[in-house]
Design a protein around this ligand. Structure first.
Ligand code: NOJ
Length: 526
């Protein structure tokens, strides 16, 4: 499939580029930066939601699925953007948020109006709440005064969950998806799509963790197959990826087995939870062995059937270079090398290709994210250090285009502060520097496009117990690649027996790996 050799670039439109000076990124801004993305060499752009929305969760709360939010532009501008993307040989994938809508969506406005409204059953209403806790703090149930019942919201109270048991809901969503595909979009990234099917009993759960009743619920595979039939059958050249917190490998095999006609790939979360203790707000340093064990398992588990997506960053994760690395350009390059040489489709989150880092937050006033603000409201000032390290706003600071005061992101006041390190870390400086993280990512993407072993090669993990060096091989036909990454700030000697004459395709040769150094060798069998 074409997406097996593709690299996807995620744009968080609010923070990418602002064309009208209101301090919020927009479609005009994205359009003006397409040549940059083409230069990087990515194949697909995924846009975080740009639909009409009150922006309570930055667009993951949609009030009209068939319009563009005025913050970002108009449908006409969207069509022009899509045409420009296609003209450059790239594709465009939309975010699909259909586990919930905004509470301002007309469907919910009707649903809450009365108990006998025809859309009442489009959402989950109950006389009594259960003890589930929401992802964004507090309970998942909100009392609605108008009718005296509670509605379910796994996320914020402004994001009521749709009832996928109702076939009318499903058909309305499928019709909307077809409408976008008819407009020319090339697929969807599907928000928390493994939560669509819920156990309709919605029972109390130990500790308030309701996830057993909505993660890969009883009808999820049926829904995915139905969606495939209703929306994707008979259309070529598309790509689908399901975001799936808590998905197991066994389930991912089912979701991505091409013979089952569900999804092309899923985002799993195991590797970005390895440094967490129970909750995302408690963490310890990564143990490299855990990372190898996890990736090794997923690489093997999806080798025969299915396909992996590969990511370090997205708009919900703190910046990887500050998390698994030391914030340096060397660490950014090494992390890129290790990720991109795995088998699967790599995703680059805006700014990752520059080694953009976490933000030096010092006060709660600097945060905008609903999850972070709710957490602070519940936990108080003692939660500030955790927020500084883990808040989603770390990923959402404006893209760093140049060294000017607002990093070239806006001529106005940015909605979220620009990272002070933009004077050093920015596209202008890096495009001019052949040794930059940017050019390194460009080479990684090019390698995937030109070396079939990167796309198709079988995967073998090496040095499983080593606490500093990540190492693996990829083999395809007569070609073998050796990938090495030093996850430490110390120089580490390496054993290269058998690889003495191999060509170094990424990085530079040497008998040791320097601090945070990554390297790729290639050799041929006859
Ligand atoms: C996952 C999205 O990536 C996140 O940003 C959002 O807050 C939740 N789903 C709810 O839509």
């Amino acid at each position: 499939m074409w997406w097996q050799s593709a690299v996807v670039y995620q744009i968080y439109p609010r923070s990418f580029a602002d064309s009208d000076g209101d301090g919020v990124g927009d479609l005009g801004g994205i359009r003006s930066r397409l040549d940059y993305l083409a230069e990087l060499g990515v194949d697909v752009l995924w846009l975080s939601p740009i639909y009409r929305s009150p922006q309570d969760d930055n667009g993951y709360d949609i009030s009209d699925y068939r319009d563009i939010d005025p913050t970002f532009g108009t449908l006409e501008q969207f069509d022009a953007l899509l045409a420009d993307v296609h003209e450059r040989g790239m594709k465009l994938v939309m975010d699909l948020v259909v586990n919930h809508t905004s509470d301002e969506h007309p469907w919910f406005v009707e649903s809450r109006a009365s108990r006998d409204n025809p859309r009442r059953d489009w959402y989950w209403w109950r006389d009594e709440p259960t003890n589930w806790r929401s992802f964004f703090s507090g309970p998942t149930w909100e009392l609605d005064e108008t009718t005296g019942q509670y509605y379910l919201h796994l996320f914020s109270r402004t994001q009521p969950d749709l009832n996928w048991e109702n076939p009318e809901v499903r058909q309305a969503i499928y019709a909307m998806m077809r409408w976008w595909l008819d407009r020319g979009v090339d697929g969807f990234r599907m928000d928390v799509v493994n939560m669509l099917s819920k156990d309709p009993a919605l029972p109390d759960a130990p500790g308030g963790d309701g996830s057993p009743y909505y993660i890969s619920g009883p009808r999820i595979h049926e829904f995915m197959q139905e969606m495939h039939r209703e929306v994707f059958d008979g259309r070529d050249g598309l790509m689908t990826v399901g975001e799936m917190p808590g998905v197991t490998l066994e389930d991912a095999q089912l979701f991505t087995d091409p013979a089952r006609h569900e999804l092309d790939m899923v985002f799993q979360f195991e590797h970005v939870q390895l440094d967490q203790d129970g909750s995302k707000w408690n963490h310890h340093p990564l143990r490299l062995r855990d990372l190898k064990r996890s990736f090794g398992r997923w690489q093997a588990g999806l080798a025969e059937r299915g396909w992996n997506s590969l990511y370090w960053n997205n708009h919900d994760q703190p910046r990887i270079v500050s998390r698994f690395g030391d914030g340096s350009p060397e660490a950014a390059k090494m992390l890129g090398t290790v990720l991109h040489l795995h088998r699967g489709t790599p995703y680059v989150y805006q700014g990752e290709e520059l080694g953009m880092t976490n933000f030096p937050f010092t006060s709660i006033d600097e945060f905008r994210d609903i999850e972070s603000l709710n957490h602070y409201a519940e936990e108080g000032p003692s939660s500030l250090p955790a927020l500084r390290d883990r808040s989603r706003d770390n990923a959402r600071t404006p893209m760093q285009w140049d060294a000017s005061p607002n990093a070239g992101f806006t001529t106005g006041t940015p909605w979220l502060a620009v990272n002070p390190n933009h004077t050093e870390i920015n596209t202008e400086a890096q495009r001019a520097d052949p040794g930059s993280v940017f050019h390194h990512y460009r080479r990684l993407i090019e390698l995937r496009h030109t070396e079939p072993a990167v796309v198709h090669g079988s995967f073998s993990m090496l040095l499983e117990e080593d606490a500093r060096v990540y190492a693996f091989t990829r083999a395809h036909g007569g070609t073998e690649l050796l990938v090495l990454g030093n996850f430490s700030g110390e120089e580490v000697p390496i054993d290269l027996s058998g690889w003495e004459d191999a060509e170094v395709v990424i990085g530079s040769p040497g008998a040791a790996l320097g601090p945070w150094e990554g390297r790729v060798y290639r050799r041929y069998w006859r």
